[in-house]
Design a protein around this ligand. Structure first.
Ligand SMILES: NC(=O)c1ccc[n+]([C@@H]2O[C@H](COP(=O)([O-])OP(=O)(O)OC[C@H]3O[C@@H](n4cnc5c(N)ncnc54)[C@H](OP(=O)(O)O)[C@@H]3O)[C@@H](O)[C@H]2O)c1
Length: 349
């Protein structure tokens, strides 16, 4: 029976917030495929591609009055709604992460079987050296606005745990894969733009920066796994692939895919300037590229972030029996680029 027709349900029923976002675009079909009933919410109008059986509600989670009835029949919360610095300012990050999380948890019924919160490894921060690899039970000291907002949101979750709510927190790193429009996606676009502009070399800052990534399939599998694993309740879980490629390795993969050669450059600002990149991007859109991927003012923005706390422990996740299936990043990144090409989210001449 669909969620919209009943109040109490025998089968697991998910309330999925952030349903119109990237991660949910993979989690939602995975929930449906594994037999969950799903009530999904976002602020946008119902996306056309949502299957009919999804009970979609337009809700602004910063407005408690809009949450009435949202949990009717729900057994599990998957709280993904949030905002990062790619698209939100500090005030918005505070509202859409912290206030939204407070509201959605405050409205939860006492008999909720599990509340999963999609936090982030940005909570650990980069200024204070933590043990390496970073385990989940350290005292984080987030250094940037996004990490601070996610950590403050987690405090809302931990307070509910202390009051008896069965919570689980996931802390993924940068997630990549089909449909991703930021981070690695933007780096792919940067490469495509320079190839389009006729460059044969792809300039990359000479200082290598260690990257940390996770494929969306693994994050979705980890989420589904932790939603039902008996021992998962009450803890946080880092979610990061076991491989840590350098920025040079990633750049070679990207350059290769667009027929360019990597050239290491001492100048961190090397490469095409923003105005030229925008002009090439405009032309690509005129030629039929779908402008889904975020063109960032700073070229290769995502690969520049050196982080002393880069290495993360996944012992907690592995101890629950979870195994990564897309831990080999090179083929996973190649597949993703191919997906962008097929969708015409990037163009080649
Ligand atoms: N993507 C990553 O690499 C990554 C890594 C670590 C952690 N995370 C966390 O994972 C979660 C999902 O990430 P994502 O990449 O899927 O995000 P996304 O694509 O930016 O989507 C954000 C979602 O949150 C919803 N939302 C934001 N503010 C809201 C509000 N006030 N009320 C209701 N809905 C609101 C948006 O709804 P509308 O668009 O309909 O307004 C959208 O569905 C976020 O909490 C993020 O912090 C993401």
């Amino acid at each position: 029976m669909p969620l919209c027709d009943v109040v109490a349900m025998p089968s697991p029923a998910a309330l999925l917030t952030g349903a119109t976002g990237f991660i949910a675009s993979h989690l939602l079909p995975a929930l449906l495929a594994t037999g969950w009933d799903v009530r999904a919410c976002g602020r946008r109008p119902r996306p056309e591609e949502f299957p009919e059986q999804v009970d979609y509600r337009r809700v602004d989670l910063t407005r408690p009055e809009e949450l009435d009835g949202l949990y009717d029949g729900v057994t599990h919360l998957f709280h993904l709604a949030g905002a990062s610095s790619s698209t939100a300012n500090q005030q918005e990050m505070q509202l859409f992460n912290v206030v939204a999380t407070r509201n959605v948890l405050s409205a939860a019924p006492k008999d909720l079987e599990r509340a999963l919160y999609m936090s982030s490894t940005s909570v650990y921060g980069e200024e204070v050296q933590l043990p390496s690899p970073v385990p989940e039970d350290v005292q984080p000291t987030p250094s940037r606005g996004y990490g601070k907002a996610k950590w403050e949101s987690e405090q809302e979750v931990w307070a509910q745990r202390d009051a008896g709510m069965p919570v689980v927190v996931l802390r993924p790193v940068s997630v990549f894969g089909p449909g991703n429009v930021k981070l690695l996606g933007s780096a792919v676009l940067d490469t495509a733009v320079e190839a389009w502009a006729g460059l044969s070399t792809f300039a990359v800052p000479a200082e290598p920066i260690e990257q940390r990534l996770v494929h969306i399939d693994d994050l979705v599998r980890a989420t589904l796994h932790l939603a039902v694993h008996d021992g998962a309740v009450g803890s946080a879980y880092n979610v990061v692939a076991p491989e840590y490629p350098s920025s040079h390795q990633v750049a070679r993969l990207l350059a290769d895919a667009f027929g360019m050669r990597v050239e290491l450059d001492e100048d961190p600002e090397a490469g095409l300037g923003y105005e030229d990149r925008r002009a090439a991007h405009r032309e690509m859109v005129e030629r039929g590229m779908s402008p889904q991927i975020l063109l960032t003012e700073q070229r290769l923005r995502f690969m520049r972030k050196a982080n002393r706390n880069n290495r993360l422990s996944v012992d907690a996740l592995l101890s629950t029996g979870f195994r990564f299936s897309r831990g080999e990043l090179e083929p996973a990144i190649r597949d993703t680029i191919e997906w962008y090409r097929q969708q015409r989210w990037v163009l080649t001449r």
